[in-house]
Design a protein around this ligand. Structure first.
Ligand code: SAM
Length: 465
């Protein structure tokens, strides 16, 4: 039996996804029963965290081995301090030279022990991936909460709990027990509410070392498929690269690190506060070849620049970049863990036209011979394989290219792509590995889990001929 409910979707969205996963072409290949099993498994595994945490190392500053050693020391110290059993062993990845893998254990059997603290869904998802509860994530606490109290933490998965609640009867999911480091008044009544740890998790359902504030300039927590994107783009020192939808800068900083901080990485982001996060991350990771701009990337190209036009920032003239990453805004249905998505089908569908406008700008901005990588963290056909099918028809100069490394599955059927084309795509499909939470173990191979028990993700690589 699973600890959490399956990812809850609006019926119309569930039906839509069901039709994608049980499309006649899929059924023809794997049979109806397996197609339905994969769909149900998808909804189950999306509500659970991946069982391996992926840490990207700043290899422009240090060797992988040095950081592996330091992180292992950190993890060992924490488990000695907390008495939480034998420390997780940190592994390298056979195909990703800048990745360390940390096994997660769980779900553990934990009894509800204290009075209830309710946290927002986003905070709850972070807790399931090893974080403690930070004050801004707290929505409700008992009336007389004080520092030192043992509490049981619950996630308000439907977003119904009002801030400051003293009790909450809505739908909530237990995440584990912890010890409060704050009084209720520190969270809700203070003029300058605390921002640090509010609840230190002592018995989380899923146990994974917290890396908060640890080796901040040396490591970056990133989902494995996102790291694969940087390698597939293949940036080289000295090149001029555009990252069109860049905040908070996980992939931007990876690209700059792969270039050994030499060249120019231009990072665009529509929302100013998010753009500032890119700058902050670039500074922390000591990457000064990154320049970030607040810009709507659908407007990032200028057709006829005058001779005195200054192309340092957007809009840029056509054919300005050696490589472009379009990590598109998407419905995000591959994110894990995620227990509830309240979007309507109309909202889910709204991303396809925006992605096409961004893609069209990307093609114009790319040099002849340049590389364009398109990626999303969602599982729909409309935002992934259908976009590739559309792109190949709309831009005859684009060819679909093999990806290195190719760790995911091939693209899904149903969007009219040939098998040869689908084989060039990379779709991370955690449902193919999923056998229920109680079956998660990595006795066979940690690497197999690292590559397959990921978030749902999609990558396509093109060259402009
Ligand atoms: N690449 C990022 C990373 O790895 O850290 C994640 C990017 S996230 C999938 C997509 C981002 O695109 C969001 O931050 C969103 O605000 C931004 N965005 C949405 N529409 C945009 C537009 N028209 N132009 C630029 N950025 C946009």
């Amino acid at each position: 039996m699973s600890v959490f409910p399956q990812l809850a979707l609006k019926p119309e969205v569930r039906e839509h996804l069901h039709s994608v996963y049980t499309h006649s072409e899929v059924v023809c290949e794997v049979g109806k029963e397996e197609a339905v099993r994969a769909f149900e498994a998808l909804l189950s595994c999306l509500s659970h965290p991946p069982m391996v945490t992926c840490v990207r190392v700043s290899t422009h500053l240090h060797t992988l081995k040095d950081i592996q050693h330091k992180l292992q020391q950190h993890v060992t110290q924490i488990s000695c301090r907390d008495g939480s059993g034998s420390p997780a062993v940190i592994h390298t990845h056979p195909h990703l030279p800048d990745v360390l893998l940390v096994p997660v254990s769980g779900p553990r059997c934990v009894d509800v022990q204290g009075s209830e603290v309710i946290v927002g869904a986003q905070c709850g998802n972070a807790v399931l991936r090893g974080a403690h509860v930070f004050t801004p994530g707290v929505l409700g606490t008992p009336k007389f909460l004080k520092a030192g109290d043992v509490v049981s933490v619950f996630s308000d998965i439907d977003g119904k709990c009002t801030r400051g609640a003293k009790e909450f009867q809505g739908k909530k999911v237990f995440l584990g027990n912890g010890v409060s480091e704050v009084h209720r008044s520190d969270v809700f009544c203070s003029e300058a509410p605390a921002r640090g740890v509010a609840i230190r998790m002592t018995e989380p359902l899923y146990q994974s070392p917290s890396f908060d504030g640890v080796l901040t300039e040396d490591v970056f927590l990133q989902n494995l498929p996102s790291v694969v994107v940087g390698h597939v783009l293949g940036p080289r020192p000295g090149e001029r690269i555009l990252d069109m939808c860049a905040a908070p800068g996980g992939k931007t900083t990876h690209i700059a690190s792969l270039m050994n901080n030499q060249g120019a990485v231009l990072a665009l982001e529509k929302i100013k506060s998010k753009m500032e996060k890119i700058i902050q991350n670039a500074n922390t990771l000591k990457l000064d070849c990154i320049r970030a701009y607040c810009c709507d990337s659908t407007q990032a190209v200028i057709s006829h620049p005058t001779h005195d036009y200054n192309a340092d920032g957007p809009p840029f003239p056509e054919e300005s970049f050696d490589r472009i990453l379009l990590d598109a805004p998407c419905s995000g249905l591959g994110q894990r863990p995620n227990m509830s998505c309240r979007w309507s089908l109309k909202e889910v569908r709204s991303f396809q036209p925006l992605q096409r406008r961004l893609f069209t700008t990307a093609v114009r901005l790319l040099k002849t011979g340049g590389v364009l990588v398109y990626s999303t963290c969602t599982v729909t056909l409309a935002e992934n394989e259908e976009q590739v099918s559309w792109a190949l028809k709309t831009f005859p100069r684009l060819t679909l290219e093999p990806q290195v490394p190719h760790l995911g599955s091939e693209g899904m059927q149903g969007a009219g792509l040939s098998h040869d084309h689908r084989r060039l795509l990379q779709r991370f499909r955690p449902e193919l590995l999923w056998g229920g939470a109680n079956h998660i173990h990595y006795s066979e191979s940690l690497h197999h889990h690292a590559n397959n028990d990921t978030i749902g993700f999609f990558i396509a690589k093109f060259i402009k001929r």
